[in-house]
Design a protein around this ligand. Structure first.
Ligand code: FAD
Length: 531
């Protein structure tokens, strides 16, 4: 039996899940991670380079479910807090207001999760697998994807540097061979960078004009909200036209809060720290000092970094049979749909569906691998060249399948910033949501559902969601236009009938009314026939 060696670069959530999938197939797996082990208390955590609280939803959950590791998903879900909707904060007549908007008419919900606890559970799972080896403090510095060899710098830890007697960095370079390299090394991916020298990759990146900064809202031990300062089962939003403030609950009963603000706004507040509290009091009513003290707000604003948001699109995601990029490395997106990590975890599931289809693991029976007949199956498992070719076909299929989906969710995430910071208060937005939800419950055969629930609570391809929502909008628009014209026609027809009864000669208005009336009557007749 030929054992494939898979090297995963990056031990974030996506890399860790990819390593689990590879190990479950029987591959020899090595994981190389730039930083130390996040389970080690001496390791610098990612707190200030990634949001520590994330919204986990169906796509991420489904990808962990499909990993088929007993107890893994349950232990991850045990550490989550359900969020049933958005809580929109504002003020009216000098009073602070809050209004809950449920995410889903059927009661489905998001789950707030601490990124490092999710990551820890995945790493623990890997630790228990005999065919997995970790290499922390290893930074990818070069790769030759034609000859399947890569170079990593083995970095000295801070403790080793402190006790070192030489002035040079003393880092060692190690050479690593592989059959398949999975690049899950984040938005500034080194795997992607080196792959670009081999693959004809289109690449586009965009920094949006918004930065983000994290704050912490402490627990309130004696509060009516079970120790939280505000109701825990919501994603709290203080919307603003050009900015917003959000809060996501944590298991320790604190909230992780994020300020999203254009770069100019941050620059102005940096230059004039005394404007920070008035800015919050004006735009985010009720936050300071009730939920975060003035001192804590000012301290956190100056200590915590103000980080950029990047959106990346590229294609293809692979080179030949030797490398593929997943997660933020392939499609970093702005965080406004809460899908970045979920889409990255879904990449893993889709990739392994493709590999199972074209290049199944040695112990799978041919009938479970739909694309292969028995002779092809034997070839793939017995002959390394055939196996390599089959993997190349699988990676080709993966890139082709995933590109429209990744590009779609990147676009939707950009668009959702507008929804979160201003649409949520618009009557038209609420009307449309109400109509779609009403139709989804009352007339399920029409297949109506909001875009949000399709993206967040289902596993339909993102590109299919987009098409379904366009079709749905056209139907809604046509229905609205038809009923408006029919109603106008009916009113005109009634006016015309009344005027005809009371006047011997028709007035000009009644002539117009007569015309509209007959149009209206025809439309209502047509409508009645359709019904
Ligand atoms: P990363 O988490 O970036 O991990 C990459 C790993 O690779 C790191 O451990 C890094 O140290 C390592 N690495 C980097 N370079 C090298 C190298 N040269 N050699 C070796 N190792 C290397 N997503 C959601 O689904 N829901 C949310 O609610 C959500 N909220 C967010 C809020 C904010 C403010 C932000 C910024 C993002 C949010 N996201 C959310 C997105 C989510 O954080 C990312 O999509 C997710 O972390 C990507 O995971 P990843 O494993 O692909 O990459």
């Amino acid at each position: 039996m030929v054992v494939q060696k898979t090297v995963v670069v990056g031990a974030g959530p996506v890399g860790a899940l990819a390593a689990i999938y590879a190990a479950r197939r029987g591959d020899e797996v090595e994981i190389y991670e730039l930083r130390g082990d996040l389970r080690d208390p001496d390791t610098t955590l990612l707190n200030f380079t990634r949001s520590i609280n994330l919204a986990l939803s169906e796509r991420g959950i489904n990808s962990m479910r499909k990993a088929e590791c007993p107890g893994l998903l349950e232990s991850v879900l045990d550490e989550t807090i359900p969020m049933y909707g958005r809580m929109i904060h504002g003020s009216q007549n000098g009073q602070n207001t809050q209004e809950a908007q449920l995410y889903d008419v059927r009661g489905r919900f998001l789950r707030a999760i601490d990124r490092s606890s999710l990551n820890t559970r995945l790493l623990d799972e890997l630790e228990s697998m005999p065919n997995v080896k970790f290499f922390f403090h290893h930074k990818l510095v070069g790769a030759d994807f034609k000859n399947n060899v890569a170079w990593f710098e083995h970095l000295k830890t801070a403790a080793q540097q402190a006790t070192s007697t030489t002035t040079s960095s003393g880092n060692r370079e190690v050479e690593v061979k592989f059959d398949l390299m999975i690049g899950a090394d984040g938005a500034h991916s080194a795997v992607r960078y080196h792959m670009m020298k081999y693959a004809r990759m289109d690449y586009m990146q965009e920094y949006i004009d918004t930065l983000w900064c994290e704050f912490r809202m402490d627990p309130a031990p004696h509060s009516e909200n079970d120790g939280f300062k505000i109701p825990p089962n919501y994603l709290h939003i203080w919307p603003g036209k050009e900015f917003m403030f959000i809060a996501i609950p944590s298991l320790d009963k604190s909230f992780t809060c994020t300020l999203f603000l254009p770069a100019d706004g941050f620059a102005e507040l940096d230059a004039n720290p005394d404007r920070l509290v008035p800015f919050f009091q004006k735009h985010f009513p009720g936050v300071v000092p009730d939920l975060i003290s003035e001192e804590a707000l000012q301290r956190q604003f100056s200590e915590n970094p103000h980080l950029p948001l990047i959106s990346i699109k590229c294609s293809p995601y692979h080179y030949g049979s030797s490398a593929v990029i997943l997660g933020d490395a392939a499609h970093a997106m702005v965080p406004f749909y809460g899908q970045g990590m979920n889409a990255g975890l879904e990449d893993v599931r889709v990739l392994y569906d493709c590999l199972d289809q074209f290049s199944p693991p040695a112990d799978k029976e041919p009938e479970t691998a739909t694309a292969l007949d028995a002779s092809n199956y034997a070839l793939v498992n017995g002959d390394p060249v055939a196996r390599t070719n089959a993997r190349a076909r699988a990676l080709d299929a993966y890139s082709a399948l995933r590109r429209p989906d990744a590009h779609t969710i990147n676009d939707l995430a950009l668009r959702n910033y507008v929804e979160m910071r201003s649409d949520v208060t618009s009557p038209l937005y609420r009307l449309r949501k109400a109509v779609e939800e009403w139709l989804s419950v009352r007339v399920p055969s029409l297949g109506f559902a909001t875009q949000y629930s399709r993206v967040t609570f289902g596993n339909e391809r993102y590109s299919d969601v987009k098409q379904a929502v366009v079709r749905q909008s056209q139907v809604l628009l046509a229905a609205m236009l038809t009923s408006t014209v029919a109603a106008a026609g009916w009113v005109a027809w009634v006016v015309w009938r009344l005027e005809r009864r009371s006047a011997a000669r028709p007035s000009p208005s009644s002539v117009v009314g007569g015309f509209l009336g007959s149009v209206g009557k025809s439309i209502s007749d047509f409508g009645r026939r359709l019904a």
